[in-house]
Design a binder for this molecule. Structure first.
Ligand SMILES: Nc1ncnc2c1ncn2[C@@H]1O[C@H](COP(=O)(O)OP(=O)(O)OP(=O)(O)O)[C@@H](O)[C@H]1O
Ligand SMILES: [Mg+2]
Length: 385
C-alpha cells in the first residue's frame, strides 16, 4: 500500500510540476512578448548589454540610428558603436557600473558621441539602468541622437551673437549721431547764448536771470548728451584700447555711483582684437551696473590682465551677494530665470571661445571672464590666412 501511495503521490507531484512548468513557460513567453513590445515601442534607440559588455538585444530604433542590421551587432562588443577615442575608457567605466548599478545618465559631464556603420559620428545623450535577471545584471541603455538639438542650440547661439553684434553697431551709430547732431546743435546754441549774453544790455533783472537759467540748462543738456553717447559707445575704445577706456569708464562710474572703485591692469597690456575689447568693455559696464543696482557694496575692484595668450577681466564687490536662486540659475544655464545682463555676458564670452565664472556669497560677488586672445593685427591687414 505504501508503495502504491508513494507512486501515486509521485505521479500527482510530477503532473502538478508539469502543469506548473507549462504555466511558467506561458507566463515567461507573455512577459517576454510584453518586454519586446516595450523595447520596440521606445522612442529612443535601446541596447541591452550583458555582463561581458556584449550586445544582447536591440530595438528597431537602434538599427536605424546606428545604421546596422540587428544580426550584425547582436553578440558584438558595445564599444563598436562608439568612436575609437572613447573605447578604452568606456570598458573601464562599464566594469565599474556593473559593480554599482544605478539608473543614471551616462557621462553627464562629457560630450558623448555614437559611431554609425558608415563611420559618421553623432552626438548622443545616454541613460543607463540595470536589469536584474536570474542573478545576472544586464544594463539597458537608452540612446538619443541629439544632432538636431545641438544644431538648434548652435543656431540660437549664433543668432544671439548676431543680435549682440547688431546691438553694438546700433549703439555705436546712435552714440555718434547723438554726439554729432544734438551735441553739435547744443554746442552752437551755447556759443550763441554766450555771445548774446556778453552783448546784451538788460533792462529787466528778471529777464537777465531767466536768460542765465536758459544758458545753464543748455550746458546741462550738453553734459547729458556727452555722458549718454559715451555710455552707449565709448569713443576711446577704438582709439586707445581697453585699459585706457576701462580706466576712464571706471573713474566716471565711481563719480556717478559714489562706489569707490579701483582698477588694476598689466602695464604692457597692449591691444587685442576689436571684438574682444568691445565684449570685455560691455562685461565691465554690466558688472559694475550690477554692483551698483544689486550689491549694496561701498567698494568695487576691477582687474584686467593678460597672461599666456589669455585675457582676464574680474569685477568683484563686497556686497550682499546674489540670491541663491540666481546663482543656481546661472550655474545650470537656466536662462529663463536670469536677467539679460548675465545671459548677455555669457553669450559674448562663449562666442569668443572664453569662459565666464560667477562666484557669490554673503560677502560679495566676483565675475570672472577669461578669453583667449591673439595680438591685434595691424589696422587694415587682412584677417584671413
Ligand atoms: N554684484 C551683484 N551683487 C548682488 N546681486 C547681484 C549682483 N549681480 C547680479 N546680481 C543678482 O543676479 C540677478 C541677475 O543679474 P542680471 O544682470 O542678469 O539681471 P538684472 O541686473 O536683474 O537685470 P538686467 O537684465 O537689466 O541686467 C540680479 O537680479 C541680482 O539679483
Ligand atoms: Mg544686470
Amino acid at each position: 500500500l505504501f508503495i502504491l501511495l508513494g507512486s501515486l503521490a509521485a505521479f500527482f507531484l510530477a503532473s502538478a510540476a508539469a502543469v506548473a512548468l507549462r504555466f511558467d513557460i506561458a507566463e515567461r513567453r507573455q512577459s517576454e512578448a510584453k518586454f519586446r513590445g516595450l523595447l520596440e515601442s521606445a522612442p529612443d534607440a535601446m541596447l541591452i548589454i550583458d555582463q561581458t559588455g556584449r550586445i544582447a538585444l536591440i530595438n528597431a530604433q537602434a538599427e536605424k540610428v546606428f545604421g546596422y542590421e540587428r544580426e550584425e551587432i547582436l553578440g558584438q562588443r558595445v564599444e563598436m558603436l562608439m568612436p575609437k577615442r572613447f573605447r578604452g575608457q568606456h570598458a573601464e567605466h562599464r566594469a565599474g557600473y556593473v559593480q554599482a548599478p544605478l539608473t543614471r545618465p551616462m557621462g553627464s559631464s562629457l560630450e558623448l558621441y555614437g559611431l554609425r556603420k558608415d563611420g559618421m559620428e553623432f552626438p548622443v545623450q545616454i541613460s543607463l539602468s540595470p536589469l536584474e535577471t536570474g542573478g545576472h545584471t544586464l544594463v539597458s541603455s537608452a540612446i538619443r541622437d541629439t544632432t538636431d538639438q545641438k544644431s538648434r542650440e548652435l543656431a540660437l547661439r549664433q543668432l544671439s551673437g548676431r543680435l549682440l553684434q547688431s546691438q553694438d553697431e546700433e549703439r555705436r551709430r546712435i552714440a555718434r549721431e547723438f554726439h554729432d547732431s544734438v551735441g553739435q546743435y547744443l554746442a552752437a546754441a551755447k556759443m550763441e547764448l554766450h555771445s548774446l549774453q556778453t552783448r546784451a544790455t538788460w533792462t529787466d533783472r528778471g529777464d537777465e536771470q531767466q536768460f542765465a537759467e536758459c544758458s545753464q540748462l543748455v550746458g546741462q543738456a550738453m553734459g547729458e548728451v556727452r555722458t549718454l553717447s559715451y555710455l552707449l559707445y565709448p569713443p576711446l575704445l577704438d582709439d586707445v584700447g581697453l585699459p585706457s577706456a576701462a580706466s576712464e569708464f571706471i573713474e566716471g562710474f565711481a563719480k556717478r555711483s559714489g562706489i569707490q572703485t579701483n582698477f588694476e591692469t598689466s602695464p604692457n597690456f597692449g591691444r587685442v582684437r576689436r571684438d574682444v575689447e568691445l565684449s570685455l568693455f560691455r562685461i565691465l559696464q554690466e558688472s559694475l551696473t550690477n554692483v551698483h543696482r544689486h550689491s549694496g557694496s561701498a567698494t568695487a575692484h576691477v582687474r584686467l590682465v593678460r597672461n599666456d595668450g589669455l585675457v582676464t577681466l574680474e569685477v568683484s564687490d563686497s556686497g550682499r551677494g546674489m540670491p541663491a536662486a540666481s546663482v543656481e540659475a546661472f550655474q545650470n544655464d537656466l536662462a529663463a530665470s536670469l536677467g539679460v545682463g548675465l545671459r548677455g555676458m555669457r553669450e559674448r564670452i562663449t562666442q569668443l571661445g572664453g569662459t565666464l565664472h560667477v562666484g557669490s556669497n554673503g560677502q560679495g560677488t566676483t565675475v570672472n571672464a577669461t578669453l583667449p586672445c591673439s595680438e591685434e593685427l595691424p589696422r587694415g591687414a587682412p584677417s584671413g590666412s
